[in-house]
Each structure stands twice: as C-alpha cells, then as structure tokens.
Design a protein around this ligand. Sequence first.
Ligand SMILES: NC(=O)C1=CN([C@@H]2O[C@H](COP(=O)(O)OP(=O)(O)OC[C@H]3O[C@@H](n4cnc5c(N)ncnc54)[C@H](O)[C@@H]3O)[C@@H](O)[C@H]2O)C=CC1
Ligand SMILES: O=C1[C@@H](O)[C@H](O)[C@@H](O)[C@H](O)[C@H]1O
Length: 341
Amino acid sequence: MTPRRRTLGVAVIGTGRMGADHVRRIEQVVSGARVSAVVDVDAERAKSAAALAEDCAVHTDPAAAMASPDVDAVVVASPGPAHEAALLAAFAHGLPVLCEKPLTPDAASALRVLRAEQDVGRRLVQVGFMRRWDAEYRKLKSLLDTGQLGRPLMLHNRHRNVASPPGWTSDMLINDSVTHEMDVTRWLLGQEITAVTVLTPTPSGNAPDGVRDPQFVVFETDGGAVVDVEIFVNCGFGYQVQAEVVCEGGTARVGDGHALVTHAAGRWGGTVAQDYIERFADAYDREVQAWVDATRRGEVTGPSTWDGYAVAAVCEAAVRSLEDGGRVAVDLAERPALYAP
Ligand SMILES: NC(=O)C1=CN([C@@H]2O[C@H](COP(=O)(O)OP(=O)(O)OC[C@H]3O[C@@H](n4cnc5c(N)ncnc54)[C@H](O)[C@@H]3O)[C@@H](O)[C@H]2O)C=CC1
Ligand SMILES: O=C1[C@@H](O)[C@H](O)[C@@H](O)[C@H](O)[C@H]1O
C-alpha cells in the first residue's frame, strides 16, 4: 500500500462565496487536509476567511502562496478570468489543483492550459464540476452504464436559479450555468457535443433589462443523442436542477427534490432549495474529499483539463448561437493521449 502523506496543506485562491465555503469545508468537513494559506486580491476578505483556519497565512498574490513550503495543493475559486494565471503558476510549482468551473472563460485560454499541462507531462487539475459527485446523478450514471435501459436517445435538463447576481449578461447563462449541463451531458452519455442551438423566448419580466432569460439550449452529440436545457436564472421560486434521460427501453429522472414530503393542514408538499450551496452541499463535500484523497495518493482523478476545455469549446459555440439562434458546430481540438478516456 502506498504510504499516506502528511496532512495536505491547501492554499485557497479567491475567498468569496465558493472559496470561503471551501475553506470551511476543508477545515470542518473533509479529512486529510487543512487550509495553510488563503489568497484574495481583497485582503480583508482573505483575512476573514483565514479566521476559519488555524495557522493560515494570508496573501493577496497567488504566486506568493504557492512558493510556500506549507502549500502542497491549491483550490482555485477566483473568478473565471483569473483561473489561467493561477493554473499556470500552480503548474510551475508542480502543485495539484482543484479548479472551480469554468476551467477558463474561453476555448483559446483553455487550450493554452491544456497544452501547458501536457508540457508538465502529467495531470495536475481536477475541474470543479461537482454534479459528478451528487448522489442522484451518480445513481443515474450507474444505471445508464449498466445498459439496462438501452441506448440513450434524449436528455432533458432544467436548471433554475432564484435570481441572477448583479451585472449578469445573457452569455453568462451559458458560461456560468449551462456549463454544468455541458459537463453532465458529456459525462452521463460518454459522448462529445458536436453542435449547439440557443433559442430565446421573450424574456421574463423578472429578468434584468437586456438579459435574455430564460434560454432553451439544444446540444447534438457524436453519439446521435439530442439534449435540451432550459436555463432560467430569475425564476423567483427556488434553485432547481433536474435531468431526465430517455432511452430505448425506458426513462430515468433525477432532481425532483422528493426527499421529504409533508402532509399537513389539508395540503401535501415539500420545500425547494434556494441555491446551489444548499442543493449540492453533499456533492461539494464528496468532490473535495475525493480530490484530497487522490492528491494524498499522488493521483489526479475526476473531471480533467480536457473536460474543462471541451466545455469551453461548447460554450463558445453556444454564445455564437445566442446571437441569432442559428445552429453552430463545436470546434474541438484532438484529444491528447494524456486525457484518454
Ligand atoms: N461549482 C459551483 O456550483 C459554483 C462554482 N462557482 C465558481 O467559483 C468561482 C468563484 O465564484 P464565486 O465564489 O461565486 O465568486 P465571488 O465573486 O463570490 O468570489 C471571488 C473572489 O475572488 C477574488 N479574486 C478576484 N480576482 C482574484 C485573483 N486574481 N486572485 C485571487 N482572488 C481574486 C475576489 O476578490 C472574490 O473575493 C468561479 O469560477 C465560479 O464560476 C461559483 C458558484 C457555484
Ligand atoms: O456554478 C454555479 C453558478 O456559478 C451559476 O451561476 C449557477 O447557475 C449554477 O447553478 C451554479 O452551480
């Protein structure tokens, strides 16, 4: 058996909503790791996140944290445009990374990261597509993999958020939200997305001015499946993520939120989660634990840089389709041997 390493010292870069939650998770939920450094361009935010951990250094520059002997691995939770620089710095130090989605905000920068990791010669990155650790999605994946339901023909997805944060634009529905369905489609079906069409109904009256919300996104895959995604980020009532696969021999569906059903005062029902932190709490915990465990074994598992790049390529096609609702083919580089399935 491979001897276990010392407790993993993790630097968390970006201590906003997700980063601060990952600091709490590593300190209080996950075993085998501790937060040895936090980094944020906003020093006050970094300091308040550091208060959740013992002996935690505070930095405003990611490179300074990565040079520390107390840092064995990195969580990147800064905004997407800052990911490339953080990833390249981690590669220069040979540090394994859990990088929040998106890998980077566009296909060209994702390809640069892919090439840089190939130059290192081994995988260093796990991308934060946490739905792969969600219990319901995992059951769905296991069922599909048995082949009992036959060949998947269609996948229907719904992805609803209560309200979009200030400053949201129409392409962020694709780049920030539908990215998850792109990953889920590729992972569940084991197929690449080859073309995208984005249709936009008249926007909801609750959408900020100029934001095309909701959107109806259609993927075609190299296995002949057709996938649709309703993305609606100002639905007002809750956070809902649902998926139904239609196969030749039956259907399978997740995300109905029926874990607790109440009957009282002449009514029956349940509650709807209000955000991803609540809905996917267990998935984030499992994702980070899996990353820590693999890192301590000297391995890198989970969604790869290739997966992050492939999703970025699909996003690029989708954003072009958003311009006029036309069908846009996905331009995907050849898959390098390092990322063989
Ligand atoms: N997996 C998931 O379900 C989710 C993933 N995310 C992803 O997590 C990442 C962070 O998102 P949020 O926490 O919502 O954003 P946020 O805006 O709450 O936090 C980002 C933090 O990064 C800091 N920052 C900005 N540039 C930086 C740099 N160059 N170096 C270090 N720190 C920097 C900001 O000051 C801020 O504190 C994004 O990539 C986002 O797409 C966000 C929400 C859910
Ligand atoms: O990644 C996420 C956010 O960035 C995005 O804004 C939400 O729509 C997603 O549901 C969430 O999982």
